[in-house]
Design a protein around this ligand. Structure first.
Ligand SMILES: C=C(O[C@@H]1C=C(C(=O)O)C=C[C@H]1O)C(=O)O
Length: 168
């Protein structure tokens, strides 16, 4: 039977997007005080190429998947820049340990793979006329469930604008 669009269908997508933003804290801590820039176009290309290929394998639209991931990447940088501002303003709040960026990227790769499947599995909700309302409800619920602070909640709104394929 056809699946009716519901905001529950967007739950994995929104939840994984939030998880990806929480990992951005570790990315920022890994780069803080090093020469590694917040913006890393080579790594972004690697991510976008990988998810386009994974989308094809999963029978999902590579175009839609890449659009969503461009926003996921921008949102990660919103978190990183926000944390840098906070750490610059109050150096005592800055991280004192530096995690290994290569290891964190493995965790991001894992989330990316799950996100590709969450995108593929949510096509009904994402193409429904009701998608914008469903997405707003889901984003708010995810913000509460994941206990996002203001910075991460704002970043979540930056991560999700390409989710709905409905004409605005
Ligand atoms: C998360 C990182 O920071 C930025 C965001 C990226 C992402 O969200 O995948 C990729 C490269 C960087 O521009 C990173 O460097 O790994």
């Amino acid at each position: 039977a056809p699946v009716a669009p519901s905001h529950g269908q967007l739950r994995p997508l929104a939840g994984l997007s939030a998880d990806r933003l929480l990992v951005a804290d570790q990315v920022a801590a890994a780069k803080w005080g090093t020469d590694s820039p917040i913006d890393d176009p080579a790594r972004e290309k690697e991510v976008l190429d990988a998810v386009a290929e994974q989308a094809e394998e999963a029978g999902a639209s590579p175009g839609a998947t890449v659009r969503i991931f461009r926003d996921q990447i921008e949102a990660s940088k919103v978190v990183q820049r926000g944390l840098y501002r906070k750490w610059q303003a109050d150096p005592s709040s800055a991280p004192t340990e530096r995690p290994d960026l290569a290891k964190i990227r493995l965790e991001i790769n894992r989330i990316n793979g799950e996100l590709v499947h969450a995108i593929a599995d949510s096509a009904t909700a994402r193409t429904a006329p009701s998608c914008p309302g469903l997405l707003l409800a889901r984003a708010l619920a995810t913000g509460h469930e994941k206990r996002l602070d203001g910075l991460h909640a704002v970043a979540l709104t930056r991560a999700l604008p390409s989710v709905c394929e409905t004409a605005p």
